[in-house]
Design a protein around this ligand. Sequence first.
Ligand SMILES: *Cc1c(COP(=O)(O)O)cnc(C)c1O
Length: 355
Amino acid sequence: MKKHNFYAGPSILSEYTIKNTADAVLNFAGTGLSLLEVSHRGKEFVAVNDEARALVKELLDVPETHEVIFLGGGASLQFYMIPFNLMKKKASYLDTGTWASNAIKEAKFVGEVDVVASSADKNYTYIPKNYTIAPDSEYFHITTNNTIYGTELHKIPEVNIPLVADMSSDIFSFPVDFSKYNAVYAGAQKNLAPAGVTIIIVRKDALGHVDRPLPTMLDYRTHIKKDSMFNTPPVLPIFSALQTLKWYKEQGGIKVLQKKNQEKAAVLYDEIDRNKLFRGTVAVEDRSLMNVCFVMNDEYKELEDKFADFAKAAGMIGIKGHRSVGGFRASLYNAMPIESVKALVQTMQEFEKKH
Ligand SMILES: *Cc1c(COP(=O)(O)O)cnc(C)c1O
């Protein structure tokens, strides 16, 4: 039976990515050796690294002012590296979920953090919209998609200081105006590659302004200067990332992916709104296109485990909700075909008929 992969992360990758990665693990670029056992300084891998960085720039329209680097340590290391490199004294943060609050926690090790608003009061089921930013704040940190709670910033806030964004779970799903950002970062395992690499896109002239000493590995300038090869990079995730980026380009680029994501999410949200057994968990205008969270309606709560089993038997994998929300979460990242979303909807309809 076909399995439909709704995992939140690590998560679905295109067949193209998986097949080409498997091939390179056996024989990389005609070398007769595995990708896993060759020097990262060999010309074959240097070409992969360079092409992947160039394709990130091309697909996201990254201007000359910014540089793209690939690092280890996950998005979670960036929670600290970002303020360490970019915050002199003070920065503002929007608290929209677990990851945003983790970013806030780390920034507090570095300087003064102004939390402009939080939706923690309602279990992060909406995006706060009215707030003011401290005038002496140096950047405003946002989390564009809240993977756990299923909310997304459909309108990027208009503020008069530079933005910094954690785009771990929605990068490459919408166009980004980099003139507004000092930095964007994203762990790969939601929308790009296997776990192990993080993309950082940073504005070069925003660096070098802090007084604190920066240890070599924690200084973005080290990695920019060495073309993202200061130390041994995570070669396999970078190779896979390149495959996904090529696939994105072949699909028609970011705007095409965005349109497909809107269509996929609409199919599922329409069913959640129509089907009496289910309801969505977040404010309608803030619903995420990437992570669709839903629960059983109160009068059908006792059917929750039954639906989980029923869906699993129908090949729906990874739809159990995060422990802080409960219910269900279907993640519809770029690589998810609309056919899988329709299969989930059909499963929900069959379950409705039975009960
Ligand atoms: C998954 C996720 C993270 C954490 O990423 P790691 O690579 O595990 O550190 C951070 N932010 C967001 C929005 C995420 O979805």
